[in-house]
Design a protein around this ligand. Structure first.
Ligand code: PAF
Length: 285
């Protein structure tokens, strides 16, 4: 088995990337924070399929401090680069890992911060107001360092996917953003690195999130008014053992603006806490 190279600096990244680009290779980026699971490996396989055998796929692994609030789990976020590399070696498809030291992304004196309105407003931003500017800033840095032709993001973080598309559009970055459907456990729980925090008891409850969203989507399709369906879903989640429901919302699938009826493509999105784990999920309505 060939060992997947791990590149740590933007200068080494740039040299390799430019050599490939000079050969005419299409370059895909899969940005991650590591703790890779089947959802990430699906992104890598999609990226490989997209650029073809002559293309190049770079997986970045960087736990981005700018997207964590001081009370969040930055210090405890699972980090195991050797395990991630082993998964990428066996899954195949990636050419190298870019795992920059923090100083390569945020050198001393770094003071830039990208703020996005539109799809970044509301939902996740209510509970995590710092989050999307942290994501937009690091994703812009990664895009400018890697200079990919395309980049792959999971639909599990649906609002993040729309924020990244907005970033690329507004700043003329010229990168194609490809959203990849959610990978789920057998009971419907969306794969997430944070599922590792769930106790056995919490894990049982966690599976209901997806079932409640499915049931709510069906009710709305059959004519239940949207606001009533959202409220009912939140109270079922509470009864099922979630300690907090941040939102259950049916929104325009492109803009995330509230919708009154299903006269355009819509998405149901939810965030809810079980034990010490905050879960998010979404699906088309
Ligand atoms: O979705 C993630 O893992 C992160 O938010 C991302 C896009 C890698 C930015 O740090």
């Amino acid at each position: 088995m060939t060992l997947i190279p791990i590149i740590r600096t933007k200068s080494a990244l740039g040299a390799q990337r430019n050599a490939w680009a000079a050969d005419g290779a299409s370059i895909a980026l899969v940005p991650t924070m590591g703790a890779l699971h089947e959802g990430h490996l699906t992104l890598v396989r999609e990226a490989r399929r997209y650029v073809g055998p002559q293309g190049r796929v770079i997986v970045s692994i960087f736990v981005n401090p700018a997207q964590f609030a001081p009370h969040e789990d930055f210090d405890h976020y699972p980090r195991d680069l050797a395990a991630d590399a082993a998964k990428l070696e066996t899954s195949g498809g990636a050419d190298f890992i870019y795992a920059p030291d923090a100083s390569e992304i945020y050198p001393d004196g770094f003071a830039a911060r990208i703020h996005i309105d539109g799809p970044a407003s509301g939902l996740e931003s209510e509970a995590r107001p710092h989050f999307f500017s942290g994501v937009a800033t690091v994703v812009a840095k990664l895009f400018l360092q890697v200079k990919p032709g395309c980049a792959f993001f999971g639909e599990k973080d649906y609002q993040q996917l729309l924020v990244v598309k907005q970033l690329v559009r507004d700043l003329d970055l010229g990168i194609e953003i490809v959203g990849v459907p959610i990978v789920r456990e057998a009971d419907g729980l969306a794969l997430s690195s944070r599922n590792a925090y769930l106790s056995a008891h919490d894990r049982q409850i966690a599976g209901t999130l997806n079932r409640v969203l499915q049931g709510t989507a069906t009710m709305v399709r059959k004519g239940t008014p949207i606001e009533r369906a959202e409220h009912e879903a939140a109270s079922i989640l509470k009864q099922s053992g979630f300690s907090r429901v941040d939102y259950v919302a049916i929104r325009d699938a492109e803009t995330l603006e509230p919708v009154k009826n299903l006269d355009r493509p819509a998405r149901i999105l939810a965030a809810s806490v079980v034990g010490r784990t905050r879960l998010i999920d979404n699906m088309p309505v």
